[in-house]
Design a protein. Structure first.
Lengths: 179, 174
């Protein structure tokens, strides 16, 4: 198998076994790409990881593009990304095709009535863990509270919130420096 | 033109989606449910559930699913999935050569300092948007939410296991 084939298969394997998003994927990428295939050194991997986290978009995709690029430039990044996407693309497409007829089943319907509030809890937990991780205090809590309220209550697009936050960060940095 | 709308919507999600999967939910929900009415609140929640239990990030899974559902065609899935990845390609190919300069750029660092607390707000917004009458149909929903929250937060139960438990509970409760 040539290198493109190997890149594709490796990332397809990573894509297939990543359940639950980007952070769940990282140890798998490290094991395959750094430890097993030795395509990247640990330092290179950490650099790519930082790059993937410092741009918008889906982190799993970002790291595939960055790692693929490091290996085989543009073509490598496309092959790695296709590999990452393909397993979930096929699975989700199959679900999309049949899910609606599943949902008419009374048992499935009952299950989803209970699954929905549980899913809301799954999304609610990282509000608190992330707030702790990045050190939100009572004083700085106004920023996440205000942005959540603007999106939820007034239907402001999250895009504006992100733009305002980025510009706000730059202005704050300027003010602090000039003082 | 539904394909153009789909492409443009997911391009925006890919370009502005900051802060990981949960933070991106508020973008996806804002665009897909509130703005375009492509899915109902409960359908959107179901996709989040399915996405937690299947491989792949929620950003990709929602693109693939919604692309198919609103066009009734595989091409819809392809268009949305490609669109959500395109900004990442453009940005990485743009900065990968001068990454050191990008990273040490003061404006980039300052912008990120501003974005970090907002990430929490984005996840909180996603939670609030999901707390709607379609997902919380009765007092039992509220109980399930409270128990699931405690189990995931304090007992550190795996999300997939939590969904399976909730599904079994649903068979008894409803």
């Amino acid at each position: 198998m040539n290198l493109y084939g190997k890149i594709f298969c490796t990332f397809a394997k990573i894509g297939l076994f990543t359940i639950g998003g980007g952070y769940a994927m990282l140890p798998l990428v490290q094991k395959e790409v750094v430890d097993r295939k030795k395509w990247l050194s640990s330092e290179e991997f950490i650099d790519l990881l930082a790059l993937s986290q410092s741009i918008p978009g889906i982190m799993a995709i970002n790291i595939s593009i960055a790692a693929g690029y490091k290996l085989k430039k543009n073509k490598g990044s496309i092959v790695a990304t296709l590999g990452t996407i393909l397993p979930s693309f096929v699975i989700i497409l199959a679900i999309a095709m049949f899910f609606r007829s599943f949902q008419e089943n009374p048992y499935i319907n009952k299950m989803f009535m209970a699954i929905r509030p549980a899913v809301v809890a799954l999304v609610a937990v990282p509000v608190f863990t992330t707030a702790k991780e990045i050190g939100i205090t009572v004083k700085t809590a106004i920023i996440p509270l205000a942005s959540a309220f603007l999106i939820w209550y007034w239907g402001v697009s999250p895009i504006y919130i992100v733009l305002i936050a980025a510009v706000g960060g730059i202005i704050y940095g300027k003010l602090k420096k000039s003082r | 033109m539904i394909y153009v709308q789909l492409f443009y919507t997911y391009l925006k999600i890919g370009l502005f989606g900051f802060g990981g999967g949960y933070a991106m939910l508020s973008f996806i929900q804002h665009e897909i449910v509130d703005k375009h009415n492509w899915l109902s609140q409960s359908e959107f929640t179901d996709i989040v559930a399915v996405s937690q239990m299947t491989p792949g990030p929620i950003g990709i899974n929602s693109a693939t699913y919604i692309g198919y559902v609103i066009t009734g065609n595989v091409w819809g899935s392809i268009v949305a999935t490609v669109a959500v990845c395109l900004p990442s390609f453009a940005l990485i190919l743009l900065i990968v050569g001068s990454y050191e300069r990008f990273r040490s750029n003061r404006y980039v660092a300052d912008a990120f300092r501003g974005l970090r607390p907002v990430t929490v707000g984005l996840i909180a917004a996603a939670t609030l948007l999901l707390m709607n009458p379609e997902n919380f149909v009765d007092y039992k929903s509220v109980l399930i939410f409270a128990v699931a929250f405690a189990l995931v937060k304090f007992a550190k139960i795996h999300p997939v296991l939590m969904i399976v438990l909730a599904a079994l509970l649903g068979l008894f409760l409803y």
